[in-house]
Design a protein around this ligand. Sequence first.
Ligand SMILES: Cc1ncc(COP(=O)(O)O)c(C=O)c1O
Length: 386
Amino acid sequence: MKLAQRMDQFKGYLGTEMNVRLTKMKEEGKDVINLGLGDPDVTPPQHLLDALKEAVCEPHHHHYPSFYSIRPLRTAIADWYQRRFGVKLDPDTEVIPLLGASEGLFHIHLCLLDVGDVALVPDPSYPSYEAGVKLAGGQIEWVPLLRKNGFLPDLDSIPADVARKARMIWVNYPNNPTGAVATPEFFRRLIDWAKTYDVVVVSDTPYSEICLDGYCAPSFLEFEGAKEVGVELHSLSKSYNCCGWRAGMLVGNREVVAGMAKIKSHADRGMYYPMQVAVTKALNGPVDFMEERNQAFQERRDVVVKGLRKVGLEVDIPKATFYVWSTVPKGYTSSDFCFKVLDAANVWMIPGSMYGRHGEGYLRIALTHPVDRLAEAMERLKKFMS
Ligand SMILES: Cc1ncc(COP(=O)(O)O)c(C=O)c1O
């Protein structure tokens, strides 16, 4: 069987491949601590579970959904953005639900890129941006995220001829994998830059509600002129503790939203109707559970940062996300180190190089287990290092 050539141009999602290996290790009786996949041990609040259960049991909720979603859901998304960020959105033209942010962030390349068009993609970054650009036939120009710049893109270092050719730029704050956050100045400068070069900004912000130490993440759309140049993706996966629900949203520039609605009318035909009802309830409902959850992430982060520093690794304290981004010891590549720790100590951390060339020299730890389990992982790491 001969598949299309484009299938050789991108890799399958890293988590899928590693999960097969980790599951095999567990079947062999190994006590593996998986600090890889960003799917924490938290559960959706009870009112969300009740809403979904009730909606599933309605016999007339099982037809094809409208691909453009029920109006109460679009209104709930717009109201949530207004309450949370002070951003005003028209529910009819500036909002579309997604089957998780992943679905939207993959399809959006088909909406914005013609074959050969340039997309600016951060390095390191979430691997699906690269795969999406390649599947759409686009060309990637990498934008390094360096520690000395707080893991923000240095827009001034993008050559003018590259910026002029670019059709879109990805930004993702709070950031996976580095845990970095963006300043208001960065977003203002980004909007000016995007206007100058006529580049669409795509802001991916699934971690906006995972904020630590009293930090409150902004939305890119809060800043003047943002809607003229871009869109934002958000997701309930991390915010509402329901990674498996596959529920998210795309909001902002109405031309991009309309383009995505056209693609989705063929690609997925819309979110399962009971899910639309439950997501509406979630977005209109209480968010007090987030504080306790984020407090737990904060405690976990402190245990991990302390453990890593104790063995001499360099790590900045993340103000958001449930990721810790650390250097690897001198003399190892990211990949060597992480696979050696996996084999010797049965702790899996993701090599930074899996997120791009500039991720080399780093590793990412996901705070997806309780404090005692993370402490155990740090203890195993200490033993390995000594
Ligand atoms: C940066 C980033 N964007 C998007 C996603 C996908 O989120 P969702 O579960 O909504 O598809 C993730 C998931 O880990 C992520 O880290």
